[in-house]
Design a protein around this ligand. Structure first.
Ligand SMILES: Nc1ncnc2c1ncn2[C@@H]1O[C@H](COP(=O)(O)OP(=O)(O)O)[C@@H](O)[C@H]1O
Ligand SMILES: O=P(O)(O)OC[C@H]1O[C@](O)(COP(=O)(O)O)[C@@H](O)[C@@H]1O
Length: 312
């Protein structure tokens, strides 16, 4: 079973504009509203790949039914801690149709007090005992300390393999608890190391050091349209991106990548196969027009096209 933790679910409002001009009136040529947030996105795509999936997390009381109905319709179990009288946050995604460039404005989300965090921690502990893989991803809601992921990982790492997809201070502290895997994008990885990384060999060298220092088993650094690099204590692999002609949205590609890794680890696949599944899942997610999970038929046609090469 795969457990995902939805710390800060969201409704993603995507506005498509031809050319984005700051400080001017922009007109949307299209708009969509999707159920999202990292834990939810990982869950939907891991489920689409065929895994048994459960979600625990926080949910604003006023948005509860929308999220619960959605997860039920996908055959995903859930157990939320309810934050009274609020909606989930709404995150704005601006996509320039002329360039495909994405600009995001993510709200911080509702306030969570320490008592509610304790309730969630108990649920995570309980469910993680049946989970082969547990995914902790996304920003922390207001009120929680940056050590929240570190505390959770420390408590559950004996039960389950933890994938951490976080940024900033939450990532920095989270790695101190030795998660099984981390999946920063290049910007988040550079921020973690405090310097700009560009070339694959620089990324591999930096990741190897972190692996040694913190006892992490897998680091995947995703680089958007440049693909990804995955580093383990034994080897490093570059996964080429697929050329997708008609990218609908890059939002959620990172979550889909994580879903593919979680599925691969749950099935006991070797790292090379897990990378291929993850990359095909991420590529299939670029073609999504709405809230739904990836199309399994599309995934199956993309999978044989994924190329990975060993790098040093
Ligand atoms: N424009 C693109 N073309 C092809 N593949 C892409 C593109 N954008 C993302 N991907 C795939 O999705 C993966 C995750 O995307 P990325 O943008 O790095 O994640 P995040 O959303 O976490 O920043 C990439 O490693 C790549 O495989
Ligand atoms: O919790 P954060 O870091 O604000 O991110 C939340 C946002 O990330 C997403 O999960 C998409 O993430 P990725 O594009 O990195 O896969 C959106 O659905 C959501 O709006």
């Amino acid at each position: 079973m795969i457990l995902t933790v939805a710390m800060n679910p969201a409704i993603d409002k995507t506005l498509f504009v031809e050319e984005l001009k700051l400080g001017a009136t922009n007109r949307a040529v299209d708009v969509s509203r999707n159920i999202g947030g990292k834990g939810i996105n990982v869950a939907k795509n891991a489920r689409a790949l065929g895994a048994e999936v459960a979600v625990v997390g926080f949910i604003g009381e006023k948005s509860k039914h929308v999220f619960e109905d959605y997860l039920s319709s996908l055959g995903i179990k859930y157990d939320f801690v309810i934050i009274p009288n609020v909606n989930v946050r709404e995150n704005i995604k601006l996509i320039e149709t002329s360039t495909g460039q994405l600009t995001e404005i993510n709200e911080r989300g509702p306030d969570v007090d320490h008592q509610l965090f304790e309730v969630l921690k108990q649920k995570i502990s309980q469910y993680s005992k049946q989970a082969d893989v547990t995914v902790l991803s996304g920003s922390l809601p207001r009120g929680l300390s940056a050590s929240a992921y570190k505390e959770i990982i420390t408590e559950i790492r004996e039960n389950t393999r933890v994938i951490l997809d976080a940024s900033g201070e939450a990532l920095k502290q989270g790695i101190e608890a030795s998660p099984f895997m981390i999946k920063p994008n290049l910007q988040e990885f550079s921020q973690l190391l405090g310097r700009d990384l560009k070339e694959i060999d620089e990324i591999v060298a930096a990741a190897k050091k972190l692996i040694e220092e913190y006892g992490i088993s897998v680091i995947c650094v995703s680089m958007g349209a440049r693909g990804s690099v995955t580093i383990t204590p034994e080897a490093a692999y570059y996964a080429e991106p697929l050329y997708i002609e008609d990218v609908k949205t890059p939002v959620g590609a990172g979550d889909a990548l994580v879903a593919g890794f979680a599925y691969g680890f749950e099935k006991g696949l070797d790292i090379a196969d897990a990378i291929k599944i993850a990359t095909a899942t991420a590529s299939a997610s670029l073609m999504l027009e709405d809230t739904g999970p990836i199309d399994l038929e599309v995934f199956r046609t993309l999978l044989p096209r994924i190329k990975i090469t060993e790098v040093r």
